[in-house]
Design a protein around this ligand. Structure first.
Ligand code: FDA
Length: 397
């Protein structure tokens, strides 16, 4: 990292996370004098903990439909101009090995450190300075740009980029500072809430599902007609796994979550055929065939289904099929920011340029990454947004 001799920069970026580092390298390559400031002791902490330590750094199938925002068109331009393939090429140029763990989802083969090293190397090559353990106490505007009162003294810049991320995982350095800056400069901040987060359950259901802790099964879960066909995991705290995390981003307190436990089966047809062909067979046997054993057993007990199928009336079978195909639960809540992967809401994009990420009324003030009201689905989309918005701002700041 290059040391600078004065306290004046062309670009100061607050936040040395995914978006901030990407923006720094991009602006640095344009010959801009760039400083990245972060209050944490190390850069890119969320990159390091992401994807179970292997960072799901992009999704080859990412489209704007994979993002939630009060202004759904906002993300289109940046995502189109910096694509998953562009980031893959960057990984290739640095010789990072990766693998596609699920369709489109690229993970480092070895460690998330590889992604962080690429970004830090790019910053070094672009002569962008990264200064950690520096807190920003105050931001004010002056005629040439912005003045920052920091723990390392006063710094000034022409362009200020806010890349402070969301509120999730406060122990990793997350703060609402970016929202404060937005409000200070008259921007709207849309209400925030935890997304991609496990559900907690009311005591009775939690107790009933307790024996299933650690069991996972593929489901189709939906909330407000947003369907996700992915695994669900029962934990000692509630329901998690990709399906539940995805649905949590669409869930509001009081909402129901609908879960098809056998999305690959035509349950009613199967059971009617089974009753005809093997009248002595039981629901437990049917469930055992299609669900993990512990899950089948506990679910059977939970529903109190007993006896051979020949004793079931058509209405009973219809009821069973409905229960399995549309198991409806009302979560007590979510685990909140403590474990959430992302923060929904944030800086209202209607006041930002979708081309540059700059405030429309203030072309030298930029907001990128998770601090803005653009939130991706699980599966590498959030990093893709961090890269794309970082590049868009880095090309302009
Ligand atoms: P990010 O949070 O990365 O960086 C913000 C930076 O700002 C931090 O370094 C912070 O210290 C700094 N900062 C905050 N306040 C400050 C202040 N007041 N002063 C100075 N600095 C300040 N996504 C994905 O696509 N694939 C994945 O595999 C995962 N996995 C994953 C796992 C877990 C456990 C979490 C919590 C999250 C993920 N994500 C993910 C989401 C992804 O990590 C997230 O969307 C991006 O890191 C957002 O990048 P940003 O640069 O916007 O914020």
């Amino acid at each position: 990292m290059m040391a600078t001799s004065s306290n004046t920069y062309d670009v100061i970026i607050i936040g040395a996370g995914a978006a901030g580092l990407m923006c720094a390298a991009t602006a640095g390559y344009r010959g801009r004098r760039v400083l990245v400031l972060d209050h944490a002791n190390k850069p890119g902490k969320k990159i390091l903990m992401s994807g179970g330590g292997r960072c799901n750094f992009t999704n080859l199938n990412s489209t704007p439909a994979n993002f939630l925002s009060g202004n759904p068109h906002y993300c289109i331009s940046a995502l189109k101009r910096y694509t998953p393939q562009d980031f893959v090429e960057l990984m290739d140029r640095h010789g990072v090995e990766y693998e596609e763990k699920a369709p489109g989802q690229l993970f480092c083969r070895d460690s998330a450190k590889d992604v962080l090293n690429v970004l830090l190397t790019e910053c070094e090559w672009a002569c962008a300075e990264v200064r950690m353990e520096t807190s920003v106490n105050k931001v004010t505007e002056n005629e040439d740009g912005y003045r920052l009162a920091t723990s390392a003294g006063e710094l000034t810049c022409e362009s200020l980029v806010v890349a402070t991320g969301g509120l999730s995982i406060p122990t990793m350095g997350a703060t609402g500072f970016g929202y404060d800056i937005a409000r200070q400069f008259g921007l709207e901040v849309l209400p925030t809430r935890a997304g991609l987060v496990p559900f907690t359950l009311h005591p009775e259901l939690k107790q009933q599902l307790a024996p299933l802790s650690g069991v996972s099964c593929p489901v189709d879960a939906h909330c407000h007609e947003h369907h996700f066909r992915e695994p669900m995991l029962v934990t000692h705290r509630g329901l998690s796994g990709p399906a539940m995390l995805q649905v949590s981003s669409y869930w509001q307190p009081g909402d129901e979550v609908h879960i098809n436990l056998l999305p690959a089966q035509k349950i009613q047809e199967d059971l009617l055929a089974l009753r005809k062909d093997k009248p002595q067979s039981t629901l437990a046997q049917y469930l055992n065939q299609h669900l993990p054993k512990r899950f089948a057993q506990a679910f059977n007990e939970l529903q109190g289904w007993q006896g051979p199928l020949q004793e079931c009336r058509n209405a009973d079978i219809e009821q069973v099929a409905h229960t399995l195909g549309d198991w409806t639960i009302k979560p007590a809540g979510t685990e909140g920011y403590r474990t959430a992967e992302v923060t929904l809401g944030g800086v209202d994009t209607r006041q930002l340029s979708s081309k540059t990420m700059a405030v429309k009324e203030r072309p030298n003030l930029f907001f990128i990454g998770e601090v803005v009201d653009v939130t991706g689905h699980l599966g590498g989309h959030n990093f893709q947004w961090a890269w794309a918005s970082g590049v868009a701002a880095g090309n302009e700041a």
